[in-house]
Design a protein around this ligand. Sequence first.
Ligand code: MV4
Length: 635
Amino acid sequence: MNLEVISTVLVANRGEIACRIMRTAKALGLTTVAVHSDIDRNARHVREADIAVNLGGAKASDSYLLGDRIIAAAQSSGAQAIHPGYGFLSENADFARQVEQAGLVFLGPPATAMEAMASKSAAKTLMAKARVPLVPGYHGEDQRLETFRAACMQLGYPVLLKATAGGGGKGMKVVESADELAEALASAQREAQSSFGDGRLLAEKYLATPRHVEIQVFADRHGHCLYLNERDCSIQRRHQKVVEEAPAPGLSAELRRAMGEAAVQAALAIGYVGAGTVEFLLDERGGFFFMEMNTRLQVEHPVTEAITGLDLVAWQIRIARGDPLPITQQHVPLNGHAIEVRLYAEDPEGGFLPASGRLLVYREPCAGPGRRVDSGVAQGDEVSPFYDPMLAKLIAWGESREEARQRLLAMLGETIVGGCKTNLAFLQRVLAHPAFAQAELDTGFIERHKAQLLPPAEVLPEAFWQRAAAGLLATDADRQRVDDPRSPWTRRDSWRCGLPGVARMTLVSAGQRQVVRFDATTVVAETSVFRAADTLYVRWGVDWHAVCRFDPMANADALPLAAGGLSAPMNGCIVRVLIEVGQAVEAGAALVVLEAMKMEHSVRASEAGTVSAIHCAEGDRVDEGSVLLAMEVRP
Ligand code: MV4
């Protein structure tokens, strides 16, 4: 029953999700069209597409968010359907409507279903009608203080204020007691107004450290809907998911069924079609409460694919063509356990600021049974500050959770990224943590274990420098090129006839400098070092450290700037200047707040000192690397 002919699909996205969607499209025999910004013209999703169309400038607002141009690109390339991926235009009801009005198929839900979930309070009213459990709360139109005061008194404190127009945790405020309410309400209203252009709020009973458990649903165009089990996404940092797994550890079959059926009711109530996710909060007693519905294919969909053996993108395309769901609820598989981690270009030690740069080294884990890597980059690619810094998702499947965990740890151990900071070591610490191994999951996980997950940088020991020095010598390119590697004449170490060769090198790594004296005959394991140009990557515990020979000439230029100036870590907009000229600050003090990609980042003093000049003002747009202020470092 093919109502729609789809032979060419345009993917209105970039990175790993564009690559992942095109992989299935190709497997179904479809032609693929990529769209891209100027700086993405050679990106992996473009390289892997049959056809590519340039949309415009680097900023998402000049490219991936230009709905009209994307629709024009579909028409000029002969595509009949547009897949929006996640982010960008994926939950924009106006775009979905425009796609349909242009005679194209939107590979997502109907615009009306997106709109039904766009307002939190309207969604709660709809969900209550569909008998989906809600967190007790107040979500009425009346926004007066007295009304909230009465409602909150009845709920009992603590309560949580949420912006009606918000989502994903933005603009939430916990209120501990009645005497904090007036101030919190006013503040949350202002924040909601400035963030969303809508100051309306709702109040809910605040659940301390709940779990985030979400149900994958799928509906066809004939009024049928299934749930494809759940995912536990409790391990998050500032509402950014870090680890996701399926099924949710410890969830009973009865609770799975109750949550699944509630999610299906939620989807049916809004006329849903295609892939969607209903998010719930789960409390310790097994109570579950509707949070929001994500009307898109989600980042973490691979864990569901791993335990069900289904291809959700293939289902999206078949359902858009008008096919009915191919199975019934009792035939939805649930095999084994899957865990996914998100590898980000970011700096966990530097407050998780997004990182950018060229991927000088980028090695993914080997392929194998129970292993999957969804990535959107390759070695040599540039990670730009303009887009989400996720590099790849690593997904492991096992018969048991423990098998999946061990497999994922092995995969992380095979991954090497050089040239760009990543959360790789952080992910390894999360996966290796005893509390994670015991599945002690809730939304407070990272905060609770941060001391072990973000240990202070250790002083690198002598054994590390020995390994680095030996590795550098062994991988020196001019040494490898000679015909006889044992010839004394081409050696750059301190070979001495009849005596141990004692070499002396000055090395730099992780901001530490060390003079190393070592026996040049030391052999290092190839698996613990990786050479790219002048940099050697040395494995030390779960970390890879970049090591270079110290070059006093190169450092003569770099040092005064690093010590005296603070530069923008990425392109963005200055939202706060927190200091004044002449002000004394301690190391780590926040100086300037920069907004980039809807997230705020504090630029902090690397050392204690005095601010001697400020080169930026609130509201300025700044480029990565531009100097924001000057400091005199306190000796
Ligand atoms: C809550 C809550 C506790 N009680 N609602 C965060 C994102 C947004 N979608 C809703 N969120 C929460 N709502 C009540 N009534 C705690 C959170 C919450 C959270 C939820 C899921 C995953 C991570 C979280 C981290 C902090 C807070």
